[in-house]
Design a protein around this ligand. Sequence first.
Ligand SMILES: Nc1ncnc2c1ncn2[C@@H]1O[C@H](COP(=O)(O)OP(=O)(O)OP(=O)(O)O)[C@@H](O)[C@H]1O
Ligand SMILES: [Mg+2]
Length: 475
Amino acid sequence: MSLYGTWGLRERERTMKIEARRATHAYATALGLALESAFQAPRLHGVQDIVDRISREPEIYGVLVYGRTGEVLFASDLLHDSPSSRVRVQSVLSSSAPATFERLVDENRVYSVIRPLRNPRAEVIGAFEVAQPLSFAEAQNRQSRNRFLLNTLTLLAAVSGVILWLVRRMIARPLGEFVTAAQALGRGELAHRIRVDARGGELADLASEFNRMADKLEGARAELLSNTEERLSLETRLRQTEKMAAIGKLAAGLAHEIAAPLNVVAGRAELLQKKEMPRELTQKNLRIIIDQIGRITFIVRNLLDFARRREPRLRPLDTADVLESVLEFLDGEFERAGIEVHKDLSDEVCIMGDPNLLHQVFLNLLLNSVQALEGATGPRVIWVRLSRATQQILGQPEYAAIEIKDSGPGILEDHLADIFEPFFTTKSGGEGTGLGLAVVRGIIEEHGGSISGGNWSDGAVFRVSLPTAPEIVSV
Ligand SMILES: Nc1ncnc2c1ncn2[C@@H]1O[C@H](COP(=O)(O)OP(=O)(O)OP(=O)(O)O)[C@@H](O)[C@H]1O
Ligand SMILES: [Mg+2]
């Protein structure tokens, strides 16, 4: 639009210039006739009057009338001759052909037309110059340029206003609704929907799609919630069942363990009640009864220890120190059973642990080995090894690995899955309660570690992993 406007303006300026020059020529023709007739009058009477009157026209800057030799005879107020005009006048007088040119008069640019004046015999008797002020045309051009600029700006402002209004109404407002809806969805308000424009269009399609997506999300969340609730209730029931099964197993184990000594107690007591017997026999039966009650008490105490295990009081410990103290404690046992102990505790590994509970762990494991070796025929050896392992487990970069293995008979494959269960024992004659390894596993897990038990080529092996103390790890 502005290009077209600029082009139009240029054209208009051009035609205005042509029009102005044409008008000057018309004035010159008319003035020529008037002057030629005035030149007939005696003493050129009336010529100055013509010059003055025509000069008053706003489109005329001034008029000069030249004599036969080019001298100025009559002049209007503003116009006077100059070297350049004089040259032109001479050429017009000599050639009797009109001339046009531009010149400066007192810093005003003018367009001049010089024409010859003739007498009735067609002889050149002088010339006259009509000057048109170029500033007049320029002022007009400036005025139309300003008008054009004002019109363009007004139109531009109006068009921008309309476009802005349309954009706001048709794009910004619906987009704002999309943003609000997306934020609501982000906050989890899945019931939020966008108003769909009934007139249709791309934004309405988008809004419908958005709403459909929100519908699906809402449905999926409802389904997820119901699934989660279902799973939680299932897990709760499962946990309950597992708890009941564990209690049942524990009770069965306890009943089994206690049933044997109770039978003996009942049998001997009945015997004592039924018949008189010599004092020695009575004493023997009473001793058996007391032994069996002692056995029951032992089982119950062990079970209580297992059940009422206290929270570990963790502190940084040197693992080797704990192992050394247990080995020292069992020195007499090893000697009595003729067991050779090989230890490799050179690695310095610090762990967070409860020294009393860990003492119990290693004591139980080593006692199991001692008991297993008591029936062994070959060489009786126990290996205890401590090392720092770097494998990533339990979110700890390092952990203490303790391995206790013996050259005993090992564990039957069928028993491997049960050895950590409470009351599982293969020891007869009231030698074991089957709580040792159950206690061990409980304590290790409370320390954030793990334990595994199995066989190696020559006997049984137990491996314990315990997380290292963080402050030592960072050193
Ligand atoms: N070093 C081992 N060699 C062979 N069998 C083992 C070894 N350690 C444990 N077991 C087997 O695992 C069973 C369970 O061990 P656990 O320490 O829990 O009970 P227990 O030793 O029988 O009785 P308690 O420790 O209560 O006196 C043992 O009866 C035994 O069969
Ligand atoms: Mg044991």
